[in-house]
Design a protein around this ligand. Structure first.
Ligand SMILES: Nc1ncnc2c1ncn2[C@@H]1O[C@H](COP(=O)(O)OP(=O)(O)OP(=O)(O)O)[C@@H](O)[C@H]1O
Ligand SMILES: [Mg+2]
Length: 374
């Protein structure tokens, strides 16, 4: 078992661009060692990032070469700004809007990826991951090339929702090869951490892992990347919303008032960082009794539609509370992929079409045409 001290000793042999050992340069975050995996970040001035990149690489190599280390995630985070000055914004994706004062810049886009969208919720357990997966599949059914990134550090779901057990392979030692499932290109923070790993993730650590998953994964060319965000609107979520070059966000909510209050917070968070809200999905909207066929609005259906109108954001659709969705989701067989002709797949595809229309992606692709010969 590699210890934190061994990692620090290795880092003491790596020099900063100014020739000081990394461990004395006052740039290291806490070092986390779990099950042969090492994570930490190097926080430097935004203007010095390029100068620091070789040191980051050397640090990663030094840690990787320690006995017992299987993988090392070392990221540069531009957290400090020289003299409190704002570095120039390099925002992409609807990023023409001026940034709110004091908002750090959004990172540059991911080469080959046309649009990155977040699926978020103010509250946990509202069906965000289920929606993210089925939305991604709905976009796939529209002929788009789609990737899905599970950025939920608190409870990564994609390994379960897509029944993925394998670990991503590394390519050339540094880049990760994503997993392919149902025609989607998939990466999850759950592939990198053990399911029962303690929640030791803190700000810089989270961001470094996220940066790595965005930029050091061979995503290939994608029309859309769907990011399943961690629930909530705290600092970690806000930082993530800023770090990912988002073209828009989809908010998932259940109809209850309490969930809607959280959804409102989610919308406010994205607005604060100038990410357009593509709309709200009402999940577990109503219940169709499979036995008697009667419909009941357990949670008071329609709240999200009303809220969307009130806040001036699009309403994307209602997904019923249904056993099929839960069972299929939890057994890694999402309903859009495995029951494509069913009523639920139809709902998700409709939501996907509304999202696609707002993003205007994949327009260069020829739509399938039916030619009737006479
Ligand atoms: N429309 C639905 N009908 C029935 N069950 C659903 C529906 N949507 C989600 N579920 C179920 O609810 C549970 C929570 O869903 P999910 O994991 O997608 O939520 P989440 O918001 O991502 O949660 P977390 O905040 O923990 O990440 C899962 O068991 C899922 O199968
Ligand atoms: Mg989830």
């Amino acid at each position: 078992m590699t210890t934190k001290q061994q990692v620090l000793d290795a880092l003491a042999t790596v020099a900063s661009p100014d020739g000081v050992p990394l461990t004395s340069a006052d740039v290291l975050s806490d070092v986390v060692v779990t099950d042969g995996k090492v994570f930490f970040s190097i926080a430097v001035d935004a203007a010095a990032v390029a100068r620091w990149e070789p040191a980051r690489k050397r640090a990663e190599e030094a840690v990787r070469s320690l006995p017992g280390v299987q993988s090392a995630l070392v990221a540069l985070t531009a957290e400090r700004r020289p003299g409190g000055e704002q570095p120039r914004s390099a925002a992409v994706g609807g990023g023409a809007a001026p940034r709110a004062h004091g908002t750090p810049p959004r990172t540059v886009g991911i080469p080959g990826v046309e649009a990155v969208i977040a699926v978020a919720s103010g509250k946990g357990g509202v069906g965000k991951s289920t929606t993210a997966v089925n939305l991604a599949l709905g976009l796939r059914d529209l002929g788009l090339k789609v990737g899905i990134l599970d950025a939920d550090i608190y409870g990564p779901s994609l390994p379960r929702l897509l029944a993925i057990k394998e670990r991503p392979q590394t390519m050339g030692g540094t880049r990760l090869k994503p997993i392919s499932r149902f025609g989607l290109t998939v990466m999850s923070i759950g592939f990198l951490i053990e399911e029962d790993a303690p929640m030791i993730w803190r700000g810089p650590m989270v961001i470094s892992a996220l940066t790595q998953m965005l930029r050091e994964v061979e995503w290939g060319s994608l029309d859309v990347m769907v990011v399943d965000m961690p629930p909530g609107t705290g600092d970690a979520q806000l930082t993530m919303a800023q770090q990912v070059p988002l073209k828009g966000a989809v908010i998932v909510s259940t109809p209850q008032d309490l969930a809607l209050i959280d959804a409102r917070r989610g919308i406010a968070m994205f607005r604060k960082v100038n990410v357009p809200v593509l709309g709200i999905v009402e999940n577990m909207s109503y219940f169709h009794c499979p036995r008697c066929g009667e419909r009941s609005d357990i949670f008071g259906h329609g709240g999200a539609r009303h809220e969307a109108e009130r806040l001036g954001v699009p309403f994307l659709g209602e997904v019923p509370l249904h056993m099929e969705i839960r069972e299929k989701s939890d057994s890694g067989l999402p309903v859009v992929a495995t029951a494509p002709e069913g009523p639920h797949a139809l709902i998700y595809r409709d939501i996907a079409a509304k999202v696609r229309d707002q993003l205007r992606v994949g327009t260069g692709r020829a739509a399938p045409r039916i030619v009737i010969e006479t």
